[in-house]
Design a protein around this ligand. Structure first.
Ligand SMILES: Cc1ncc(COP(=O)(O)O)c(C=O)c1O
Length: 370
């Protein structure tokens, strides 16, 4: 018998349907392209995962019938040791995207305003809207967050400022003194969320992830991830360093077992594997400046990056431009990220891979520019 036609259906809150769902970078090639792909579209680690993390993950397989430690105690202790932070000020989540959502849910509500920068990470407006708050865009200058523009957008309704530093997809950063000026210029009751997903790659002497601002007051948090530098994107682990009162709030609303058991064990092993971390850093330190210089020498415009990716900019509306370059790379088995959704239709974002992968990128662009 056919189902009776439903007369009414559950309706989400109206702002939910205003959200454009996050579309991740492509992970597969278009049909007919080269068989082996070089995936440079999601800013994953260039060297895969730490062998010690992989071994810990395998060992954890025996215990997956048990719930994990709901407090992620050993993991938070290991993060605390590695980064000289108090474990009770750390809250873990299913990727740092998860903790960004939790922060928006807890600190913004209907009609409140949440500021993010023009080419900031796409999750910020999604998290704001999911909390029924209103995303407010602060203009950038030369693909870089402007503290003055952010402060100019503050209103009595502002509840949160999200700032990625270094930023995705531009790779640019705001120096520590400017971060401190932002905090000082914001009213005390506005939560500043510094998203430091790429901080391990930053090399600028005046860069800081911002943990000192967390320690200095009750209104700043720094979020971090294991998805990039630590090479554990598939395990979904992020964390946030908070003042005690904010950690307390997040612990009330997070899922009770929000970090899987193999994830906790693999992450502790990854934190202890300093040799692997040194190799990841050395690779980025070598390959990022190399590919930036090589592509610039081909006449391409590369935004200077402090992260594990570069933004490549074509003149506005140029033909052949970003779209043609993307198709050219795709046909050679190289997957990069189109960033039109970030308001950058004439740019491509390319993750830093191994030396061999980036040589393939350079050769493909040399051909494209001929
Ligand atoms: C700036 C920034 N923040 C947060 C994330 C979320 O990462 P994850 O949820 O994997 O920790 C990303 C991922 O691309 C990012 O680029």
């Amino acid at each position: 018998m056919a189902d009776p036609k439903p007369r009414a259906a559950p309706k989400p809150r109206p702002n939910i349907l205003a959200i454009s769902a996050y579309v991740p970078g492509k992970s597969k090639l278009d049909a007919g392209a080269a068989a082996r792909a070089i995936k440079l579209s999601a800013n994953e680690g260039a060297l895969g995962a730490s062998p010690r993390a992989i071994a810990a993950y395998r060992t954890a397989a025996e215990d997956i019938w048990r719930y994990p430690d709901g407090a992620s105690s050993e993991l938070r202790a290991a993060i605390g040791v590695r980064f000289a932070l108090a474990p009770e000020r750390i809250v873990c989540g299913c990727g740092s995207g998860d903790v960004l959502h939790l922060l928006a849910q807890a600190y913004a509500g209907p009609g409140d305003e949440v500021i993010h920068t023009a080419h900031g990470f796409l999750l910020y407006p999604i998290a704001a809207r999911a909390a029924d708050a209103v995303p407010v865009v602060a203009a950038e200058r030369a693909h870089t967050a402007s503290i003055d523009e952010i402060l100019a957008r503050v209103s009595p309704r502002t509840k949160i400022v999200f700032l990625a530093n270094p930023n995705n997809p531009t790779g640019t950063y705001v120096p520590a003194a400017e971060l401190a000026r932002l905090r000082a210029g914001l009213p005390d009751d506005i939560l500043l969320v510094i998203d430091a997903a790429y901080c391990e790659y930053a090399r600028a002497k005046d860069y800081s992830a911002g943990h000192e601002l967390v320690e200095a007051g009750g209104n700043t948090v720094v979020s971090r991830t294991f998805s990039k530098f630590f090479g554990l994107a598939g395990l979904r682990l992020g964390w946030v360093h908070c003042p005690p009162a904010i950690a307390d709030v997040l612990n009330r609303i997070r899922g009770p077992f929000n970090v899987a058991l193999p994830t906790q064990l693999a992450a502790v092993a990854a934190l202890e594997d300093r040799e692997f971390q040194d190799a990841v850093r050395a690779n980025n330190d070598k390959v990022l400046p190399w590919i930036s210089a090589e592509l610039s020498a081909l006449g391409l415009d590369v935004t200077p990056s402090q992260a594990n990716f570069i933004l490549l900019n074509f003149p506005a509306g140029a033909a052949p431009g970003a779209k043609a370059a993307n198709a050219h790379l795709d046909a050679r088995g190289i997957i990069v990220r189109a960033v039109g959704a970030y308001g950058l239709p004439d740019s491509l974002r390319i993750t830093i891979g191994t030396e061999a992968e980036m040589r393939a990128v350079r050769d493909a662009f040399a051909e494209f520019m001929r």
